[in-house]
Design a protein around this ligand. Structure first.
Ligand SMILES: [Zn+2]
Length: 144
């Protein structure tokens, strides 16, 4: 069962985002980088903002991230999330991927316990039809 109800709107990747979501389907969190100069960028774009190259590569992110910022959603912006309230939308960043920040959900935590700078770990949310969505939970909660 996915984190959000089945009627939650699904990602609808455009041409630039297709590579990101194709890797997600393989449970591989990869961010676009410039094949010419190595600059990382997210969300995916057709051209490097540093050197204007259109050649891209996809670099795998570490499973551990740090909360850069977050908000607690208490009012439903869509009827599908009403039963999930309150939930946490977080911006996370990765120690080895400067400049990359991912908007995601932070799960398995009381929203009063969320803190900027806390370590979180990737988990994959299977939302059906082969689509996997990267979400994060406190690192200590997901240790086996
Ligand atoms: Zn470049």
């Amino acid at each position: 069962m996915s984190y959000f109800p089945a009627d939650m709107p699904r990602p609808e990747p455009n041409a630039d985002e297709a590579g990101f979501w194709a890797h997600c389907k393989e449970r591989s969190l990869r961010f676009q980088s410039c094949a010419a100069c190595g600059t990382l960028r997210h969300p995916p774009m057709p051209m490097c903002f540093r050197c204007q190259s259109c050649e891209t590569a996809w670099k795998e992110a570490p499973e551990e991230a740090t909360v850069y910022s977050y908000t607690v959603v208490r009012h439903a912006g869509h009827t599908a999330v009403t039963a999930r309230l309150p939930y946490v939308v977080a911006v996370v960043e990765f120690a080895t991927m400067p400049g990359v920040r991912l908007i995601t959900n932070l799960t398995d935590i009381d929203q009063t316990q969320v803190a900027i700078g806390m370590k979180v770990r990737l988990w994959w949310d299977d939302i059906g039809d082969g689509m996997q969505v990267p979400r994060f939970a406190p690192a200590e909660r997901l240790k086996v």
